[in-house]
Write a protein that binds this ligand. Structure first.
Ligand code: F0G
Length: 459
């Protein structure tokens, strides 16, 4: 049995869950056209669809909600949040927004011109979308080892520095509007980025005079991996590691719904560029609201100012990453193929390896996610070919390099016994994997289809 790191909290409020039968789940799935985003959460037992906004706030955060100051301008929570961000990240300028993609919507038009490129270790979908909305082209340059799911590497989220340099040389530095470092690298399996890689990426950015932006959604989990895996950081605190990592960048965007442990919220941080901050403020007012609330209620600002500190507590992070490692170990011991080592927020099951008889155009990651719901009421999602839209020019189905079923762990929500249920369900499925059938799409929209597409099981 792998070791489970005990919870550094006790439970004060509970939310009952509905138990369903397999026959009921078959019906719910049919009614949802085999799209797990169309399922009512009431019909889900363990919800691992996302770790975003799905965490449990602490008693201090709920107390903060009550203290929230709802003044239209200059609320107390705003100043408290600005102080927290300055303290944790060492940045001078802070703009709250309602969530991560709002930060992207505001910042990227300030940095990217039409026809330019943005280069990232990997762009998250919404980041990719906002780059495209600037009529710019996103390029992913993650290290090749990210795609080798079964072999250990400590920092599979890293930027491929030689590829980054070669690309900038080939198109010319003036064609690259921004370099983005996503920590942790969600799309590669929540994989961390090393301090050395952040430093070297920043060096390239400086050489070519290109701004470096951190996508900071899971900054604390990344800092924990640096502390536990990178030589020279074992004795540094999470806040020290965070300050060093962010000192190398120009700005960050953050979905605070992850490591900020709030149900809604986001941030833009700018190290010292006053002109860029003025531009950001100018965009915030029409899109999000007045600069001291940025699309949030005063109580949300309070909860976030508290959550940012709770998210960098070492005991919490040890338990948090420990949960993912525990589930990962249960699966590996039973021979279920997963992205290894596990990342910070989710288990990525390698559906291509588990269901080799299902071709990419019948969506192995989606087939496994559906089977897991049928088996035990567990909801995950496809991160593979089903997530990719059809090629807008040829109308063809692109093939994803990796076919994952992603199982996210909401923060401070599920217990060891819940994780045992998940492992048992996956192990049961593994035993009859060859009987599982693929799916075909019967209706889809043009963009971001995986949220609303309708599917049908193959006979
Ligand atoms: N960047 C990363 C790395 C993300 O994982 C997300 C959201 C965003 C930006 C956008 O933030 O949702 O607050 O607008 N990821 C969620 C997920 C949705 O399930 O992985 P948002």
């Amino acid at each position: 049995m792998p070791k489970y790191v005990p919870e550094p909290f006790k439970i004060k409020v509970v939310e009952p869950l509905k138990m369903t039968t397999r026959a009921e789940r078959e019906r719910y799935l049919r009614e949802a056209h085999y799209n797990l985003f169309s399922l009512r959460s009431d019909f889900v037992y363990i919800d691992m669809l996302s770790d975003s906004g799905s965490g449990a706030m602490s008693d201090s955060q709920w107390a903060g909600m009550m203290k929230g100051d709802e003044s239209y301008a200059g609320s107390r929570g705003y100043y408290r949040l600005v102080d927290a961000v300055r303290d944790i990240f060492g940045y001078r300028y802070v703009q709250p927004v309602h969530q991560g993609r709002a930060a992207e919507k505001i910042l990227y038009p300030c940095l990217l011109k039409e026809g330019q490129y943005s280069i990232a270790n990997m762009h998250f979908d919404t980041t990719r979308g906002h780059v495209a909305l600037c009529n710019a082209t996103p390029k992913d340059m993650v290290v090749p080892v990210a795609k080798d799911t079964e072999n250990y590497a400590p920092f599979k989220g890293n930027m491929d520095i030689p590829a980054l340099r070669a690309f900038i040389e080939s198109v010319g530095a003036e064609k690259v509007g921004v370099i983005i470092m996503t920590i942790t690298n969600n799309t590669a399996g929540g994989q961390p980025v090393s301090m050395q890689n952040i430093r070297e990426t920043a060096q390239v950015a400086r050489e070519y005079d290109i701004p470096l932006v951190i996508d900071a959604a899971r900054f604390a989990e990344n800092a924990y991996f640096i502390k536990t895996r990178e030589p020279g950081y074992a004795d540094k605190s999470i806040i020290e590691i965070t300050r060093e990592a962010f000192s190398y960048a120009t700005a960050f965007t953050m979905s605070a719904k992850k490591d900020g442990i709030v149900n809604i919220g986001g941030l833009i941080g700018i190290k010292d560029d006053e002109e860029l901050f003025t531009q950001v403020q100018g965009m915030t007012v029409p899109y999000e609201g007045f600069i001291t609330y940025g699309g949030l209620a005063g109580r949300d600002l309070e909860a976030l100012a508290i959550g940012l500190y709770e998210g960098i507590e070492l005991d919490y992070l040890r338990y948090r990453i420990g949960q993912v490692e525990y589930l990962g170990e249960l699966l590996r011991q039973a021979g279920v193929p997963i992205q290894y080592p596990v990342g910070g927020h989710a288990i990525f099951v390698d559906a291509k390896k588990m269901l080799p008889h299902i071709p990419y155009y019948h969506f192995p990651g989606q087939a496994l996610a559906i089977e897991l719901y049928l088996e035990a009421g567990i909801r995950g999602c496809d991160v593979g070919s089903f997530m990719l839209d059809l090629d807008p020019v040829t109308g063809e189905q692109p093939e994803s390099e990796m076919e994952f079923t992603r199982l996210c762990l909401p923060r401070r929500v599920y217990t060891q016994a819940h994780l045992d249920v998940v492992a048992e369900a996956l192990i049961n499925i593994q035993e009859r994997a060859e009987q599982i059938k693929g799916y075909e799409i019967v209706w889809q929209p043009q963009v971001l289809r995986h949220f609303t597409a309708k599917l049908r099981p193959l006979e």
